[in-house]
Design a binder for this molecule. Structure first.
Ligand SMILES: Cc1cc2nc3c(=O)[nH]c(=O)nc-3n(C[C@H](O)[C@H](O)[C@H](O)COP(=O)(O)OP(=O)(O)OC[C@H]3O[C@@H](n4cnc5c(N)ncnc54)[C@H](O)[C@@H]3O)c2cc1C
Length: 441
């Protein structure tokens, strides 16, 4: 069985290793300098930390402590938040070890997959460099498409993709900077600017101005939601579920403890909800859910607080209504939450940190599959339609033989498809299916 794995971020590497362990031959494709690590771990700077303790970041589902072992950590240090670049080195090291162990069974192709066609013998894959590969099955692990900041061309002074190497290089140390987004990417950008001795004021905005919550210092013991609230959640009665959640918090439960327990139930509840409920969740609850679910290390939270206290960082609940550029920089029209009027402010640079919710139709590989009817966009706008096992669905809702998804493209199907814990489980299950031995999925 020969399997092409497209994308070699965490999801692609993890899937490739699982496939090799099951005796498949693997072609692992990725044309970017991120290969072997992906965005989260390939572009991290030394001060960017993992958001998850080291002893939960192992590559394989059966061995969550493997990263902490690889680092030789013991005792309390195993629960620490290590640099993300270090995790990138761990992934590369595991990939190198697989190349040594499996020899020609692992073919690493430093090219992007550009198009896929299905024929009687399986899949024909074309790369952007003109290479053609044949495979029995294909796993798409390309992460989430980046969101476009605005329709049309990106004006000068606006950084659409702040992850690009050198993206912040043109920003003068005293420049006033607007960051659109107040989540994990914003935290990264603020720390990066600070590490470059940035002195200018940084304004970060999002609809509600919510910041990711810090990991509690003494850890979290997951705690179930009260039964009535859980039933309401499963039935898609979101307002009632939120009231039950608030009551539990008022009675002493930590929101983190409730959300950590919910993590194991989210996919089942999400799958049971009609589309309108999923859309309501995304519109009204997601910003709040993300702040509790995707937390930051306490030292990162303290750093943001220090900058706020010194007046160098302002977090505002506001919407970006318009951007224009003139000789004086970028003019941003902002409307604060619940304000009737908009205000115009001038910034030297605007950094887009709104996350990874881009349109699948803008990625050539995915657009090609959509146009052939071999894939369908999920109606939530989050990725592609697939079965709970990760097999892609065609435009008629039928599973496409030999075409699988791992990672953020599956969020529309199960919502919780972002972090290492979920992705390594998906990788193992998809590898078992793609390698033709689903019994050990
Ligand atoms: C800043 C940040 C920090 C995070 N921190 C944590 C953390 O601490 N713990 C945690 O559990 N999760 C964390 N996450 C979640 C993270 O999304 C996952 O852990 C994981 O890295 C996702 O990997 P991925 O392979 O699905 O996607 P990506 O990392 O996006 O990798 C996708 C890869 O596919 C390649 N690619 C794209 N298109 C093609 C194509 N057409 N052909 C070939 N290759 C292609 C890209 O070049 C890229 O290398 C973080 C995410 C971010 C953004």
């Amino acid at each position: 069985m020969r399997v092409a794995v497209i994308g070699s971020g965490f999801a692609g590497v993890s899937t490739a290793l699982q496939l090799l362990a099951r005796g498949a031959e693997v072609a692992l494709l990725d044309g970017s300098e991120l290969r072997g690590r992906g965005i989260a771990y390939g572009r991290a700077r030394p001060h960017h930390l993992l958001n998850v303790p080291a002893d939960r970041m192992g590559l394989d589902p059966g061995d969550a402590g493997a990263f902490a072992d690889w680092l030789g950590l013991s005792g309390g240090a195993r629960g620490g938040f290590r640099p993300r670049a270090e995790y990138g080195r761990y992934l590369l090291d595991r990939l190198q070890a697989a190349r040594r162990e499996h020899g020609p069974a692992l073919q690493v192709v430093d090219e992007d997959a550009h198009s896929l066609q299905r024929d009687d013998t399986g899949w024909r894959l074309h790369t952007n460099a003109g290479t053609t590969l044949q495979a029995d099955a294909v796993v798409i692990a390309v992460g989430a498409p980046a969101s476009s900041p605005a329709r049309g061309a990106t004006p000068a002074g606006v950084v659409a993709d702040p992850w690009q190497p050198g993206a912040l290089d043109g920003i003068a140390p005293d420049a006033e900077v607007l960051i659109v987004g107040t989540g994990l990417t914003m935290a990264d950008l603020v720390l990066t600017l600070d590490s470059r001795n940035h002195r200018g004021r940084i304004v970060a905005i999002s609809r509600r101005g919510l910041l990711p919550r810090p990991h509690p210092a003494d850890g979290v013991v997951p705690q179930p939601l009260p039964e009535a609230a859980m039933t309401a959640l499963e039935q898609g009665r979101l307002a009632s579920a939120v009231r039950g959640f608030r009551r539990a918090v008022a009675a002493g439960a930590a929101p983190e403890a409730l959300v950590d327990d919910l993590r194991g139930h989210t996919a089942r509840a999400w799958r049971g909800w009609p589309l309108a409920v999923r859309q309501r969740f995304l519109r009204h609850l997601r910003p709040w859910w993300d702040t509790v679910r995707h937390r930051i290390p306490a030292q990162v939270a303290a750093e943001l607080e220090r900058l706020r206290a010194r007046g160098r960082l302002e977090i505002a609940a506001a919407r970006l209504e318009a951007l224009s550029v003139d000789a004086g920089g970028v003019r941003a029209t902002l409307r604060r939450r619940r304000s009737a009027s908009a205000e115009a402010r001038r910034f030297a640079a605007v950094l887009m940190a709104t996350g990874l919710d881009g349109d699948v139709r803008e990625a050539p590989l995915l657009a090609g599959l959509l146009s052939q009817g071999l894939a369908a966009a999920d109606p939530t706008g989050l990725g592609l339609a697939c079965t709970p096992e990760g097999q892609a669905l065609d435009t008629n809702g039928r599973p496409v033989p030999g075409l699988f998804l791992v990672g953020a493209l599956r969020r529309g199907e199960c919502w919780e498809s972002t972090a290492v814990a979920e992705l390594r489980a998906q990788a193992a299950a998809v590898a078992a299916l793609a390698a033709g031995n689903p019994a050990d999925a």
